[in-house]
Structures are given as C-alpha cells and as structure tokens.
Design a protein around this ligand. Structure first.
Ligand code: HEM
Length: 446
C-alpha cells in the first residue's frame, strides 16, 4: 500500500461516516419517487419530480459521499488537519441533509418557501465546505496530483452551486430575466464533468493502485488530464457565454476534446485493472469496471447525439444519458469505493484504538473482508447493475412498465448498501467496546 499517507492525521471516524451512512437513504427515496410517478417521470426532463430524483442522486447520494470522502482524504493526503473538523463536519452535514430534503420536497410540492429554504441551507452548507477545504489546501505547501484534481473539482462545485442557486431563484421569482437553457447547460456540465468527474479521476489516481493493486496511472495522465479537462470546460463556457463565430461548432469541438480525455481515463483504468498482477476479483473492482463501461457508453451516446444523425430520439436522449452517466458511472464508482474505504477506516481506527489503549497488537481485529463480506457486496452489485440496465431500457421505452421493476431493484440495492454499512458500523462499535473492556481487565490484573 502507498506509504505516502499521513494516516495519523485522519479525522475521527464519525466525520466521514455520517456522510457515507446517510447517502444511500437518499438513493432509497429517489427510487420510491420513481415508483410513485412511474412512466410519468419520463414525460419531460423539466418535470419537478424528475428534478427531485436527479438531485436526490446528485446531491443526496453523490454529493454526500464526495464531501465525506474529501473531509477524510484531505488530511490523510496532505498531512493538514481541517480546523475543528468534528463540529464543522457535523454542521456541514446537517445543512446539506436538510437542504437536500428542502430542495426535493420544494420541487415535488412546487413550493417557493421550501425552495428558498433550500437556497439558504445548501448555499450555507456548500459555502462552508468549500471555504474550509480551500483554506486548508492553501495552507499546505505540498501538492499531489490527487490534491490538484480535488482543488479543480471544488472550484467546479462552486460554479455548479452558484448556477444551481440562480436557476432555483428563477423558479421562485419567474420575472428574473435569465437565459434558462444556457445556464442549465452550464450547470449540468460543471456539475457532472467538473465537480463529479474531476474528483473521481483525482481520487482514482490514489485509490485504484492502492486498493486494486494495479500499476500507477501513466505520468502524463496524472500530471495533465485534470488541468486539461478543467481548462477545456473554462474555454467551452466562455465560448457558450460569448457566442463567438459559430459557437455551436467551436463549443462542440472543445467538448469533443474533453470527452476524449474522459474516455482515455476510462480505457486506462480498465487496462490497469486488466493487467494487474494479483488477479483477485473483488466486488469494488467489478463496480469500477461497470462504471468505466458506463462512462464509455455515455461518451458514445453523446457522440451519437452531437456528431451523427442520431439513433436515439432527441427527446429521450437526455434521460438515457443522465441515467448512464449519473447512475451508471458516478453512483457505481462511489458505491464500489464505499466498500473499500469504510472497511479500511474501521480496520485502521480499531488498530489505532488498540495501540492507544496500550494493548499492543494482542487483540485480533477483523480484517477488511470480515467487516463487509464480499458476498454481501456482490449481491448488491448484481441488483445495482440489473436495476440500472432496466432503467436505461425504461428510458428508451418511456411509456412502458419497465420503470417499476427498475425502481424496485434500485430501492433494494440502495437498502442493501445501507444494511451492509450499518452492519459494519455495529461491528466497529462492538469491537471498540471489547477493546475498552480488555484494556480495563489488563489494568486491573496489573
Ligand atoms: C445548490 C445545489 C444545486 C441547486 C440549487 C440546483 C438546482 C437546479 C435547478 C433549479 C435545475 C433545473 C434547471 C431548469 O429547469 O432549467 C437543475 C438541473 C439540474 N441539475 Fe442541479 N442544482 C444543484 C446542484 C447540482 C449538482 C451538484 C449537480 C450534479 C452533480 C446537479 C445536476 C443537475 C442536472 C443533471 C440537472 C438537469 C436535470 C434534468 O435534465 O432533468 N445539480 N439544478
């Protein structure tokens, strides 16, 4: 394993875990809304219930996992601690969770009051998060490729949130005169290709070689890819905003370059996994494979829509692309990552606890495979994949009943993830108690 990590700087386990454990609950709620509205969800991408489902996934599941992962990884990668990480982490968590709930109910009930509340809570939560993390990064002289990508992802998050809040403002005050179509396009691009993808790429540079025992990513990729992608998004945005020349062609060309970058990342990740020396097929690896294949499918869908006559109906395209990119790529990577990061952190904190109690390494701490058995994760992976493929089919045949089995499978899959997580947390608490008891028994016999 990579030895450049300052594991001693890791924040208390409750800081990332509160984010990780709440995330799948939003996935469950998104699936329930899918079941409640059925095929109506595909009538228009601007349906308020469709926007609710989208944000339950992008903010509720993905946003919480990513914020938890950054709060955990930043000190470990850079050796810098986030000041008052426990209260600050809890405050950010409360603001984001309540903000996501307000936003989703605000969409579903078309309630300006709740949308307004969501602006305050999400603006506050993300605002504090971005300031705290960027300040910690600025204090740090050291930089790694993962940290640089994280910095660019945070700036992308800032753009996404500002654009999202402006769009929400236009729902509350319809008299505001903004170019809704353009701002939405920018919001989606910065959210998915900036915030989500840059962070996942940066984290992959660290965790794929470490947890999946692969070779390192090629140097040209770790050094240049995140900045080229970020630069591409900036140029694309400027062209879109300024309307220079024939902006559609120039913007599409820049986007094509960016998408080629994401495709090269997916292909290299698959190649690294394929050529690793120890060919153990664990579930995280399979989640990542499915995610990378989804990223390639999303790129093919984009090319089909933008560069060719287009096989898929333009009305259906945004739904299919959204499902493949958000659920197929992003949710899968994060789901797979949770199955490595959570057992690793539990194992690490128990070891640390044992040493700090003066027990040496006397007590047998469960290993990562015992904390979340691979078999349990594997059943969830199968449901996740079949659920997403069924949802893709449901988007291609929008009036069909397929959305119902897809909703049931995804709801069960998120529930299984939640069950596996809670079981691991219970095991952590049990062992912590046992270590405490062992320490007290030792001090009495002394
Ligand atoms: C403070 C946070 C956010 C707010 C207030 C917000 C708000 C909004 C609003 C109001 C729309 C509808 C735009 C329209 O009807 O023209 C929208 C669309 C969208 N947002 Fe966000 N958003 C936020 C964060 C994010 C993030 C972080 C992501 C992605 C990672 C994201 C992804 C999307 C997508 C994909 C759509 C299009 C949905 C569709 O086509 O059905 N949003 N957002």
């Amino acid at each position: 394993m990579n030895t450049d990590l300052s594991l001693e700087q890791a924040p208390p386990i409750s800081v990332p875990f509160q984010f990780f454990v709440t995330a799948p609950l939003f996935g469950i709620v998104a699936s329930i809304i899918l079941l409640a509205y059925g095929p109506a969800i595909f009538t228009s991408r601007w349906n308020l219930e469709t926007l609710a489902v989208t944000h339950l996934l992008t903010l509720g599941f993905m946003g919480l996992v990513m914020c938890g992962a950054i709060l955990q990884m930043l000190p470990v990668l850079s050796g810098i601690t986030v000041p008052y990480v426990k209260p600050v982490g809890t405050l950010i968590h409360i603001l984001l969770v309540t903000g996501i709930i307000a936003l989703s109910i605000g969409f579903l009930a078309s309630s300006p009051v709740l949308m307004n509340t969501a602006i305050g809570l999400l603006g506050g939560g993300f605002g504090i998060f971005i300031v705290v993390i960027l300040m910690a990064m600025l204090r740090n002289k050291m930089t790694t490729q993962t940290l640089s990508a994280m910095r660019l992802a945070l700036i992308s998050l800032l753009f996404t949130v500002i654009l999202g809040i402006s769009l929400l403002g236009s729902f509350i005050w319809p008299d505001i005169n903004i170019n809704l179509a353009l701002l939405t396009e920018l919001h989606i691009a910065w959210g998915t290709l900036g915030w989500v993808s840059l962070l996942l790429i940066g984290v992959a540079f660290q965790v794929v070689p470490m947890f999946q025992m692969t070779n390192e990513y090629p140097r040209w990729m770790t050094r240049f890819l995140p900045s080229v992608l970020f630069g591409g998004l900036v140029v694309w945005t400027i062209i879109k905003l300024s309307g220079i020349g024939n902006p559609w062609h120039i913007a599409a060309f820049i986007m094509l370059i960016c998408i080629s970058g994401y495709v090269s990342f997916a292909i290299i990740t698959l190649w690294l996994q394929q050529s690793r020396k120890r060919k153990l097929r664990d579930t995280t690896l399979l989640f990542w494979r499915f995610a990378m294949l989804s990223a390639l499918a999303a790129a093919a869908l984009w090319a089909d829509h933008n560069l060719m006559p287009g096989l898929i109906n333009p009305e259906i395209y945004p739904f299919t692309l959204g499902i493949v990119l958000l659920a197929g790529f992003a949710v899968s990577v994060m789901n797979g990552m949770l199955y490595k990061i959570m057992p690793f952190l539990i194992w690490f904190h128990l070891q640390h606890h044992q040493l700090s109690l003066g027990l040496g390494r006397k007590y047998a701490i469960p290993n990562m495979k015992q904390i979340i058995p691979d078999q349990n994760a594997r059943y969830q992976l199968y449901l996740h994949i079949i659920g997403i493929l069924t949802l893709v089919l449901a988007s291609l045949f929008p009036t069909s009943w397929l959305v119902y089995p897809a909703g049931v499978m995804l709801m069960t899959s998120f529930s299984m993830l939640s069950f596996n997580q809670l079981r691991a947390v219970r095991l952590y608490r049990d062992y912590k108690r046992r270590l405490q008891a062992a320490s007290e028994a030792t001090s009495q016999t002394d």
